[in-house]
Unconditional design. Sequence first.
Length: 141
Amino acid sequence: MQNIMYVLLSTMLLTGCASIKPANDIAVVQLIQSTKSWNEQPLPAYKTGTPEITILRITIPPHHALPMHTHPVINAGVLLKGQLTVITDSNQVLHLKPNDPIVEVIDTWHYGKNEGNEPAEIIVFYAGEKGQPITIKQSKK
């Protein structure tokens, strides 16, 4: 009985593997690689604590803005849909359209705003440190 089960399982596995397409059908596109943020500032060295990766999907409604904030950690993202404008406290501006990558500014006050008529959706990857914030909102004066 065990031999029959072995043959059946082996046949099922081999049949399933036969339908996998060869690797030459796979496309890899590098969206960005950089040692600098979008405003040309060098990225800082990694911290020495326990690394922690956070991935967020952020949706900004049409004609809305995020509050002024800063990131103490390296982060990068890709705008999936809509449009997004990022503005620093020194009035540096970056306009993003769908599929544009961004290496975010670090320790720089900035905000993003959606000036379009559809939601802006961005996926952001944060390379932080366990127990530490990835975003700090500016306190109201």
